[in-house]
Design a protein around this ligand. Structure first.
Ligand SMILES: [Fe+2]
Length: 132
């Protein structure tokens, strides 16, 4: 096993859990690299080195996004949360509060988890649909 950070026996965990572990560790490494490049780019006084470090930092963001997408495709609960929170403009904690309200049956005449149009009732918190 190439990854030494498993907490349980890989044979017991199975291929899906081990692959998910690989993806999570990769995502952590990519985001850590973003942080390191970001700090180095900010700290250097050499503008050419700064440009290189910023370029490399932004490539790590692409890598992170790719592995996050793999995780989304292989984890339905993560996909559900990403669908709820990503690319929204409203206060993030209010999105969660509206979800909880929906789960508590806060809207009479509607199902406990969705509105009549099938949404989670957070459309008013979403932006214009243009990703940033
Ligand atoms: Fe990378």
């Amino acid at each position: 096993m190439s990854s030494e950070s498993l907490h349980e026996n890989a044979e017991i965990l199975g291929a899906q859990v081990v692959d998910t572990h690989r993806a999570i560790v990769s995502l952590m490494e990519e985001l850590e690299a973003v942080d390191w490049y970001n700090q180095r780019a900010k700290a250097t006084a050499d503008p050419t080195l700064q440009a290189i470090l910023e370029h490399n930092r932004d490539e790590e963001k692409e890598h992170a996004a790719m592995v996050l997408e793999w995780l989304r495709r292989n984890d339905s609960k993560l996909a559900e949360h990403l669908r709820t929170f990503l690319f929204t403009d409203g206060p993030i904690t209010e999105i969660e509060a509206e979800m909880v309200q929906g789960e508590d049956g806060g809207d009479a005449g509607e199902s406990s988890t969705s509105t009549a149009d099938g949404s989670l009732g957070i459309g008013s918190l979403r932006g214009t649909g243009v990703p940033k």
